[in-house]
Design a protein around this ligand. Structure first.
Ligand code: ATP
Length: 355
């Protein structure tokens, strides 16, 4: 039995980790992969990290039903800085399994500097996966150097590495951006449900208070109807309902400005001069500039949906189309042709925008 220890912070586990583990199993470099989240990585002491229990749960979610993939809480239970050497000593010494260490190229290149790194290289085989950003030649050189200096056996996994890192995922989630494409679906769902890594969430309550105090009764009711319509359209077309609601609540936040105030902001925010004297079109553009600082709304897609809700543009995202249409078809709107647009919006969103 060949067991590969796959250590890391997994903060959070992502598709890059899974691709490497899958490839190591498929190529026969390992029969089992043991995911080992660190309690505290020696390289990340003092860094903000999701608690161990949650990282462990996310790895379980990601690997569930994947044959050959297992998770251990061995290092988490130590409640101390985790050293791979110690873990290998403790786990690898017993039984007659053949142990190795699975890692990406960035870790491989620094392996000599790890705690008792040279001993690791002497005693344990390495299963190595390339990683975008770590030059292939440098990796080949290190393989050769380790082999001649320490007799290290290295198996280089054949696969298509993914350009994904936990750092990028944390950055995106912190900024309120989407990271779904980089995450295994159950992990993405969990992070979203528990709003993890989102230190700065949109201040929805304050936004609603400001809408109530600054918009007219009529406008306020319109905004809430647009939010309902946008959620319905999102359900129909598979968009993110929460984002749609947020964008809808934001879309007319600055609709209450009078002409002078609107023009002043157009100048101050250096918006296109064609928005001068045109608050009907300016309010979306103004909102997209002010919302990040005012309410912590930083999601690019939400800001674009607000910005283009009156003008539209080429190549609108699904969310942009939803807000554009929800504004146009909310139940109290009346104008010639609206019935057709309304029914089309739930069947063919592009055609509805065109109409
Ligand atoms: P961070 O961005 O927080 O440093 P990370 O994405 O590098 O995190 P870790 O949990 O630190 O992930 O990495 C655990 C192991 O997985 C390391 O050996 C690392 O080289 C490897 N690894 C991480 N991402 C990839 C990837 N996209 N492809 C191949 N290996 C990867």
């Amino acid at each position: 039995m060949k067991i590969a220890l796959f250590g890391g912070s997994f903060d959070p586990i992502h598709k890059g980790h899974l691709a490497l583990a899958e490839a190591a199993l498929a190529g026969g470099a390992a029969d089992r992969i043991l995911f080992m989240p660190t309690f505290i990585s020696p390289f990340k002491i003092g860094a903000d990290c999701l608690d161990g229990e949650t990282r462990l749960r996310l790895i379980r979610l990601a690997t569930e039903g994947r044959e050959g993939m297992e998770v251990s809480d061995f290092e988490l239970r130590q409640q101390d800085v985790s050293y791979t050497f110690d873990t290998l000593e403790a786990l690898g010494a017993s039984g007659d399994a053949e142990w190795s260490l699975l890692m990406g190229a960035d870790s491989f290149l620094s392996l000599e500097k790890w705690y008792r790194g040279e001993e690791i290289l002497r005693r344990w085989a390495i299963v190595l996966g390339d990683r975008p950003g770590s030059p292939a030649e440098a990796v080949s050189e290190a393989m050769e150097r380790y082999r001649s200096a320490y007799g290290t056996r290295v198996t280089r996994v054949e696969y298509e590495p993914l350009d994904v890192s936990s750092t990028e995922i944390r950055r995106r989630l912190k900024a309120g951006e989407d990271a779904e494409a980089l995450l295994p679906p159950p992990v993405a769902a969990y992070l979203k449900e528990h709003a993890l890594y989102r230190t700065e969430q949109a201040d929805l309550e304050r936004l609603k208070q400001d809408l109530r105090s600054e918009l007219s009764e009529k406008r306020l009711r319109h905004v809430f109807r647009v939010a309902e319509e946008a959620k319905k359209l999102s359900r129909r077309h598979g968009a993110d309902e929460q984002k749609a609601e947020l964008a809808a609540l934001c879309h007319d936040r600055y609709r209450c400005l009078d002409g002078a105030a609107s023009d002043k902001l157009v100048r101050e925010l250096a918006l296109d001069a064609r928005y001068l004297g045109n608050r009907n079109l300016a309010h979306g553009k103004i909102a997209a500039c002010l919302l990040p600082a005012a309410y912590g709304v930083r999601d690019e897609d939400v800001l674009n949906a607000v910005s283009y809700h009156t003008t539209g543009r080429e190549k609108m995202s699904l969310l942009e189309k939803i807000i554009y249409l929800a504004d146009a078809i909310e139940p109290e709107r009346v104008y010639p042709g609206i019935r057709r647009i309304r029914s089309t919006a739930y069947k063919d969103i592009d055609k509805a925008c065109y109409l």
